[in-house]
Design a protein around this ligand. Structure first.
Ligand SMILES: NC(=O)C1=CN([C@@H]2O[C@H](COP(=O)(O)OP(=O)(O)OC[C@H]3O[C@@H](n4cnc5c(N)ncnc54)[C@H](O)[C@@H]3O)[C@@H](O)[C@H]2O)C=CC1
Ligand SMILES: N[C@@H](CC=O)C(=O)O
Ligand code: NA
Length: 432
């Protein structure tokens, strides 16, 4: 059987592991595919750094490598939009299969890549792009293609989960935990993509697109990261039996029994989760995602969400799938965006807020604070006061209300004379 020729772009944390596994597992992969996988080139920036890769495979010219007619599958593990978009379009347009771990590119430019793949009949696979090693993309694209998904929710960023877990469990500082997550290969090349929620938002866009058969881009996802999460927020969460997690939440909202008239909500933000919630125990660089579907019910996917070898496992799985498709003379699933649902504005999304306020403890304070909520139509679930005099703190948990009304109330509270400072604001998981 003639070999399937593979080019790898990038040999960093993930790419280095992909090249290692490709070479180490060559015989098994051949048996599974029915044809040998031949690594014909690895594009890198600095060849002298890659002494573990045979020198004759290394090139600094990624553009020439993807244009080679004898390359059947291109694996992209460089990251970012430039030059990866042009590299992958070149490969797809000439019919080469593409395997990528690049969620940022898919969330920004997915439609153009899908169209190029469609036009040439090439495969575009991206299991590694969301939740690392966890099989999630293939279940959504294939296993659940006969069901109607209502919700996809979970922890999809290993770096921020590692940081929040460390801050909660050991009291590590944010800065130290971020440095560790970078050292361990979890963080993006620019870790602001992780801590400011861009990475999770890109993943949410991909999940919402697949789950709701609608083009959802990064700009459609409401995004808040963890750089604003303070030790005070974590202490406030602990106080009420919760932990802080960065969640990606994608929902199909409204609509009739056939799904017509529905819209899509996609959002990423920190949440206080009760310790009894199954996602509360997901720590370190682990990810976990719930998928709720009409017939299947509630499914949970759990496992390593970041790191070189776990992510390379997902890349290799895709590589095998694309190679098998080529051997069989077929191709994998195409983009499915027929539903074309509108995006629900974040302001309309129902939420519950936990708000801590530094107030001056004198007669009438509680009434003024309560009025700010009442004026916005937000109902209070609990109020707790700690301390007295200038050091008094009020902790308010609301019932569910539209996010815009809650955000407006926080602004109003911060302007009241009796409120010295709003010390912590966070959404709380729960339906009441
Ligand atoms: N590290 C992780 O845990 C995960 C990473 N990913 C994704 O995988 C991709 C790669 O991530 P990492 O390996 O962590 O990044 P990395 O920064 O460790 O590796 C990227 C490599 O690409 C090289 N590179 C940059 N421009 C290049 C060019 N024009 N030609 C050839 N090489 C070039 C860089 O020198 C670097 O060695 C990204 O899209 C990332 O979002 C996805 C899931 C998990
Ligand atoms: N930086 C990402 C890597 C995997 O997608 C993360 O921390 O989850
Ligand atoms: Na995955």
């Amino acid at each position: 059987m003639s070999p399937i020729r593979v080019a790898v772009l990038g040999a960093g944390t993930v790419g280095g592991q992909v090249v290692r596994l490709l070479r180490e597992q060559s015989a098994e992969l051949t048996a599974r595919i029915g044809a040998p996988l031949e690594l014909v080139g690895v594009a890198v920036r600095r060849p002298q750094r890659h002494t573990d890769i045979p020198a004759d495979l290394l090139t600094t010219d990624a553009a020439a490598l993807v244009a080679r007619e004898d390359v059947d599958i291109v694996v992209e593990v460089i990251g970012g939009i430039t030059p990866t978009k042009d590299l992958l379009l070149t490969a797809l347009r000439r019919g080469a299969g593409v395997v990528t771990a690049n969620k940022a590119l898919l969330a920004e430019e997915g439609p153009e890549l899908y169209e190029a793949a469609d036009a040439s009949g090439a495969d575009l696979y991206f299991e590694a792009a969301v939740a690392g090693a966890i099989p999630l993309i293939r279940p959504l694209r294939e296993s659940l293609a006969g069901d109607r998904i209502s919700r996809i929710m979970g922890i999809v960023n290993g770096t921020t989960n590692y940081i929040l877990s460390a801050m909660t469990a050991t009291g590590d500082s944010y800065e130290y935990a971020l440095k560790e997550a970078t050292r361990l290969g979890y963080a993006e090349a620019d870790p602001t993509a992780d801590v400011d929620g861009f990475d999770a938002a890109a993943k949410a866009a991909i999940l919402a697109s697949l789950g709701f058969h609608t083009r959802v881009g990064a700009a459609d996802v409401h995004r808040e990261g963890i750089s604003g999460v303070s030790a005070a927020d974590i202490a406030a969460a602990t106080e009420i039996g919760c932990v802080v997690k960065l969640l990606a939440i994608c929902e199909r909202v409204g609509g009739d029994a056939t799904g017509a008239g529905a819209s899509v909500s996609a959002r990423v933000h920190p949440v206080m989760l009760p310790k009894s919630h199954p996602l509360a125990g997901v720590d370190g660089a682990y990810n976990a995602v719930y998928v709720e579907a009409e017939s299947a019910g509630r499914l949970m996917f759990y496992g390593p969400g970041a790191g070189g070898a776990p992510t390379a496992s997902a890349v290799l799985g895709d590589l095998v799938a694309v190679a098998r498709n080529r051997v069989a003379g077929g191709h994998g699933p195409r983009e499915s965006a027929y539903a074309d649902l509108p995006i629900q504005p974040m302001g309309e999304v129902p939420a519950r807020y936990h708000i801590s306020l530094d107030v001056h403890d004198r007669a009438g304070v509680l009434a003024e604070v309560a009025n700010a909520f009442a004026d916005a139509g937000v109902s209070i679930s609990t109020v707790r006061q700690e301390g007295t005099g200038r050091d008094a703190e009020l902790v308010v948990v609301t019932h569910s209300a539209p996010d815009a009304a809650l955000a407006g109330t926080v602004t109003r509270l911060s302007e009241l004379d009796v409120v010295h400072r709003v010390t912590s604001v966070m959404r709380v998981m729960g339906e009441q």
